[in-house]
Design a protein around this ligand. Structure first.
Ligand SMILES: Cc1ncc(COP(=O)(O)O)c(C=O)c1O
Ligand SMILES: N[C@@H](CCCC[NH3+])C(=O)O
Length: 445
């Protein structure tokens, strides 16, 4: 397994993160356990801050909350000077409870409810990223009722096919997100937005997908968007002030993943944008980016305890852990690949080819197929790296498995930032109707 962030092996041969022994973490907090490396999370935020905001002070990097969000994480993001992309009332509420500055919040979503829109307008979010006409008019009405003018970006579907998994592509025409350029719906939305009294159009947003390695895809996106901006200017006289290019930068999960650096991404974006604006006679707009995975992904890992080991001679050895698709559905959803290490024997040589199974009642609940691990026995600890993005936020209670706790580690300390769910938490919303309250003996017909 390739080490990320502050990972190292200590004198006991145990894996350590943020100066904390993972064996101690398992003892104190139990497993499965999400571990967030504070220094790595902050470093990744800072890379965006330096490459964007410091280079062009009017530009803004906003962290995509869908990746990994808790109130403590909102505090980290705010301290590092980033804004926040929220995509639901729940994410917005989390930001509100964490006292996140609302003018740096961008509210996304392809079907915001009237209640969510009201919450956002009342909270004073900086931008609504409007996805469709229904939302545009609803937002105008709600802003009117609140006697305010809401600043917005229109989400544009640029018609770009990013080279990534089918389920995480978002920029192509046949997509539930945004106004397509090619069909004329994007320019139509601009004309309508400009007519609305309680809407202040600032510019455009697009997001082509996630886990992208080719910087060319981002350059191409800037080209398509600036051509659209020029078309808008020609047809309406509206000069785009803000261009939000979404997130999408890929990260290392397994050998063969070679993500570009954040400053290389920034350079490609700024260079292409300046050339294009000059060529097309446009004012260079303020740039916004919305990274998620490349900030949280490498900062997170998940610690499991190994249980049953099943050897099917000549076929495969299944090593089952105490979590699985409940805490990390990505392998089942996207055939995502991960690396792992036996955390309490971190110096031991990999000697055996095994596959890591989760504990859900689902054959597809496999976390890793075919990985070489050190000699293992039940009770050993397995750490899967790079699980910071889209694991906790996509976790579920399938099979009534309680969700893991999350600890923030750094400087030799571990602080709980999400407590482990209990069986009572699982029952929290259950109700028994009166006619089922008293236990009756089953009738046999
Ligand atoms: C609109 C939008 N912005 C930002 C992101 C964050 O993307 P990533 O985690 O790939 O950086 C996503 C997720 O793909 C998204 O849909
Ligand atoms: N959840 C996806 C990314 C989707 C991002 C949202 N547009 C993943 O785990 O890779």
């Amino acid at each position: 397994m390739r080490f990320t962030g502050t990972m190292k092996v200590n004198e006991k041969g145990h894996l350590e993160i943020g100066g904390v022994d993972t064996v101690d973490l398992a003892r104190e907090f139990g497993t499965p356990l999400y571990i967030l490396d504070e220094a790595e999370f902050r470093k990744n935020c800072r890379e965006y801050y330096h490459s964007f905001t410091e280079k062009r002070p009017d530009s803004l990097a906003i962290y995509a909350g869908k990746t990994l969000l808790t109130t403590a994480i909102c505090r980290l993001v705010d301290e590092e000077g980033l804004g926040l992309d929220v995509v639901s009332g729940g994410e917005l509420y989390t930001a509100l409870k964490a006292n996140f500055p609302m003018h740096k919040v961008f509210f996304h979503g392809n079907n915001k409810s009237p209640e969510e829109i009201k919450l956002g307008v009342e909270a004073g979010v900086g931008r609504f990223v409007v996805d469709n006409l229904y939302e545009l008019y609803l937002l105008n009405d709600i802003a009117h009722a609140q006697k305010t003018r809401q600043a917005i970006l229109l989400r544009i579907s640029p018609g770009i096919e990013a080279h990534t998994h089918e389920y995480i592509k978002t920029g192509q025409i046949d997509s539930k997100f945004g106004f397509p350029i090619e069909t004329g719906q994007a320019i139509d939305a601009v004309i309508r937005a400009l007519e609305l009294e309680n809407i202040e159009l600032k510019g455009f947003h697009c997001h082509i997908g996630s886990q992208i390695f080719e910087l060319d895809s981002f350059a191409h996106t800037v080209e398509v968007m600036t051509e659209f901006m020029a078309e808008v200017y020609k047809n309406t006289g509206f000069m785009t002030q803000e261009l939000d290019l979404g997130g999408g930068l890929g990260i290392y999960y397994t050998a063969g993943d070679n993500p570009p650096a954040v400053d290389a991404l920034a350079e490609v974006i700024f260079n292409t944008l300046e050339n294009q604006c000059q060529k097309l006679g446009l004012k260079v707009p303020r740039v916004v980016v919305e990274p998620g995975r490349s900030i949280a992904g490498p900062a997170g890992s998940t610690l499991y305890t190994i249980g049953a080991i099943k050897d099917i001679p000549g076929i495969r050895t299944y090593v089952a852990v105490d979590g699985g698709m409940g805490d990390n559905p990505r392998p089942a959803l996207y055939q995502a690949k991960y690396e792992a290490i036996v955390a309490n024997k971190a110096n031991a040589k990999p000697v055996k080819l095994v596959s890591i199974a989760g504990k859900c009642c689902e054959s597809g609940d496999m976390l890793i197929w075919d990985i070489e691990l050190a000699e293992i026995k039940p009770g050993d600890l397995l750490l899967i790296s790079n699980t910071g993005a889209y694991n906790y936020t996509m976790s579920m209670n399938y099979n009534r498995l309680p969700r893991p706790a999350m600890v923030l580690v750094g400087g030799g300390r571990a602080e709980l930032i999400v407590r482990r769910e209990t069986y009572d938490d699982l029952l929290r919303h259950d109700l028994i109707p009166v006619h089922l309250k008293n236990r009756k003996v089953a009738q046999i017909y």
